[in-house]
Design a protein around this ligand. Structure first.
Ligand SMILES: Cc1cc2nc3c(=O)[nH]c(=O)nc-3n(C[C@H](O)[C@H](O)[C@H](O)COP(=O)(O)OP(=O)(O)OC[C@H]3O[C@@H](n4cnc5c(N)ncnc54)[C@H](O)[C@@H]3O)c2cc1C
Ligand SMILES: Cc1cc2nc3c(=O)[nH]c(=O)nc-3n(C[C@H](O)[C@H](O)[C@H](O)COP(=O)(O)O)c2cc1C
Ligand code: SF4
Length: 652
């Protein structure tokens, strides 16, 4: 029987009582002030998350030394001046009835910011996989090592002074503590290098110093990567040999994460500790279970958890004592409340797309958001009061942009009618959800539609808005979210019977055939090729005009797509144009040299989409107030569609 009983059982660590087994793990937000102090945006973000009712919240990386800061907006704890701001964070969590730990951090070599400034330090002068091409870090001197150990202790002392209930040392994900642990980054020959035990010494000394500075009764957590997750990296068996020492040195809690920063080529497992959707919830629980067996202190497991009932099973089995729920806290911080109140179907399940969160921060250098939750990272501007005056709003198009606009407008008290010309809602998500591993996208869009209707949106599917309708009804204000339509293949021969488009393949309208050529290597083309391979279609070739893959292998989803296509033997041809389609063949050219691809049983066009323009001119001509959002404005991604849809609803 489904229960939350085990998940909601309190637990005590030293004299700290924690109400339940849900942890919000550390998540860097990029919302801090440029001097490392806590901003109003940090507080608003935390206030919203603190309503989830998790037992324990762990702050984002908080830097114990300015040279250990990943970026200027990372929170700092290297000076007493940070204490007042940080105390506000502790107060917020305490007011919500939960407990808060501070994650103490030093990035070592893993920072673009420090690498560019040439201030990065590390156990050895070995360049990071990500930033080493700019410059290697400087090897830490023995004195610097001792200073850094003391700085961890001082950070912990300040956290305690700021009212925090515990601290966590960040010993995972390839940052400084783990750089010491890893043979790839630690080539020292002194007592902080050598074999695994020698390399673990820095972590143990940091723990011991933290214990010295906070006293015996203050709980200390250590976050570790249970395994390094790269070829030749340390394994869980290596890690198990030092777990008793971690406990002896001061750890009261072990937070078992996995993986390191690295190069996609050498990853043996998930390309990212924030695993993509291909990985099932709890896919690394075995690491926690093994550590728990030897630790004698509670352990936290982490990795793609979204469903509280499943988390309950993990606790009930005794695999771990806590479950950390990261991105689900961004996608929908009400997941636990909804489960407790028997309304789990209302929860937005995290898509593990990383689009608004970790990859927005790491690859785009922008603060945290969420592709499907428009409040996340925008708490300071997210309207909570009813709109004045409430208006009669027409939203046209029920894709991500229109549904978000309608839902938000209804939340604010507007009278909303949402028109969708198709029988089903979802727009392009109806196709996206058919690609391998993307069923969760469909679940999200239907949950969004149900929420909008519950909030009072009058949803009219199968209703195409026409000029006549606009004339008859004269809407007060229109949010135009009519999306984009598939672009036509530019190559001669596009009308031949073997030619279809990606949308027809994904929705099952055209059955896939062997010897397929997909034209276009954007996300839709790549996912269609992936779909074909999943269906067992042999001999799949993808042709893309651009020299570099538009779907970057550096993103987690991109890595998985490229890996899967390579494993299935699909042929990806970049920097290659389709010249013409002939009977049973496709003629392509690379650098002016023509190649005949044959035999070809099917040609699938995925050359992008173009914005639908039709209603915009009509609204303009009639002088009706309107705003164009999402792909109708310019074809992009889900996050732009939801952001613009919400913005329009907030501003009408
Ligand atoms: C296969 C596939 C996979 C994708 N995967 C991803 C992904 O992983 N991540 C990502 O970020 N993006 C992805 N995208 C892109 C993403 O789906 C779009 O960016 C997003 O759907 C745009 O949302 P929208 O609401 O602006 O437009 P759309 O989704 O195009 O919705 C527009 C809606 O308006 C309706 N409409 C049009 N005209 C009228 C009218 N006159 N009256 C009433 N209704 C009308 C349409 O029927 C449609 O339902 C994918 C797209 C496809 C096709
Ligand atoms: C936006 C973002 C920022 C993160 N920042 C940190 C961090 O500051 N410290 C840390 O230890 N892990 C960080 N992580 C990793 C998470 O704590 C967590 O381990 C990871 O997201 C997997 O959990 P999930 O699948 O529940 O999201 C971050 C993850 C995300 C998505
Ligand atoms: S952006 Fe994607 S991965 Fe990140 S929290 Fe939102 S849904 Fe989850």
């Amino acid at each position: 029987m489904k229960t939350l009983e085990h998940l909601l059982t309190p637990i005590r660590i030293k004299s700290l009582d924690i109400a339940n087994r849900v942890v919000m793990p550390p998540m860097g937000t990029g919302l801090g002030n440029e001097d490392g102090t806590v901003s109003e945006a940090n507080l608003a973000y935390l206030r919203r998350r603190a309503r989830s009712g998790a037992g324990l919240y762990i702050t984002e990386i908080t830097e114990i030394d300015p040279v250990g800061a990943v970026a200027p907006t990372c929170l700092g704890i290297w000076d007493d001046t940070f204490i007042p701001g940080l105390r506000k964070m502790a107060d917020i969590v305490h007011a919500a009835g939960s407990k808060i730990a501070m994650q103490l951090h030093h990035c070592g070599r893993e920072s673009l910011y420090q690498t560019r400034k040439r201030t990065a330090v590390a156990p050895s002068a070995v360049g990071s996989f990500l930033f080493g091409f700019i410059a290697p870090p400087r090897e830490m001197t023995p004195e610097e090592i001792q200073q850094t150990i003391r700085a961890f202790g001082e950070g912990a002392r300040r956290a305690k002074a700021a009212g925090f209930d515990a601290v966590e040392l960040h010993g995972a994900h390839g940052y400084l503590l783990m750089q010491f642990l890893s043979a790839f980054s630690n080539q020292r020959t002194d007592e902080y290098g050598g074999d695994f035990r020698g390399r673990a010494r820095f972590m143990l000394d940091c723990l011991a110093e933290v214990r010295r500075q906070v006293g015996d009764d203050f709980p200390i957590s250590i976050r570790i990567s249970g395994e390094e997750g790269i070829q030749g990296g340390y394994t869980i068996d290596d890690m198990l040999t030092i777990v008793p020492d971690l406990v002896k040195a001061g750890a009261d809690l072990i937070h078992v994460s996995f993986g390191t920063h690295g190069n996609a080529k050498i990853y043996t497992d998930t390309p990212n500790p924030s695993a993509p959707i291909e990985y099932a919830p709890g896919f690394k629980t075995d690491l926690a279970r093994k550590i728990k067996a030897v630790a004698g202190v509670p352990v936290i497991t982490v990795g793609r958890y979204t469903d509280p009932y499943f988390m309950d099973e993990v606790i009930a089995r005794g695999d771990a004592d806590f479950v950390a729920v990261g991105r689900q806290h961004l996608a929908d911080p009400d997941f636990l409340i909804n489960a407790r109140e028997g309304r789990s179907e209302e929860t937005f399940e995290c898509l593990a797309c990383n689009q608004g969160c970790i990859e927005r921060e790491a690859l785009e250098g922008l603060p945290v958001r969420c592709a499907i939750n428009v409040e996340t990272g925008q708490e300071l501007i997210y309207p909570t009061q009813p709109a004045q005056p409430p208006r009669n709003v027409w939203v046209i198009g029920a894709g991500p942009a229109g549904l978000t606009a309608a839902d938000e407008a209804a939340r604010l008290g507007h009278k909303v009618t949402l028109f969708e010309k198709e029988k089903q809602i979802g727009g392009q998500i109806r196709y996206a959800e058919k690609a391998p591993h993307k069923a969760a996208y469909g679940k999200w869009i239907r949950t969004l539609a149900a929420r909008a209707v519950k909030r009072g949106v009058d949803l009219r599917t199968g209703t195409e808005v026409t000029e006549a309708m606009i004339d008859q009804n004269d809407p007060e204000v229109v949010i135009l979210a009519i999306g984009a339509d598939k672009a036509e293949c530019p190559a001669p021969g596009r009308t031949m019977s073997v030619v279809c488009d990606a949308w027809q393949i994904l929705n099952g309208e055209v059955p896939p055939r062997e010897d397929a050529v997909v034209i276009g290597g954007g996300l839709v083309g790549m996912e269609t090729a992936d779909f074909l391979c999943q269906q067992g279609i042999r001999n799949v070739t993808l042709v893309e005009m651009l020299a570099k893959p538009p779907v970057r292998p550096i993103s987690a989803h991109g890595t998985m797509l490229h890996r899967r296509l390579a494993a299935a033997g699909a042929r990806l041809m970049f920097d290659t144009r389709v010249e013409r389609i002939e009977e049973g063949a496709v003629i392509v050219s690379t650098a002016g040299v023509e190649t005949r691809l044959a035999p070809v049983g099917q040609v699938i066009v995925a050359v992008g989409v173009t914005p639908r323009q039709e209603l915009k001119q009509i609204l303009e001509r009639k002088g009706i107030r309107h705003v164009v959002v999402g792909d109708a404005k310019h074809p992009r991604r889900i996050i732009e569609a939801t952001t613009e849809g919400a913005q329009a609803a907030w501003e009408i």
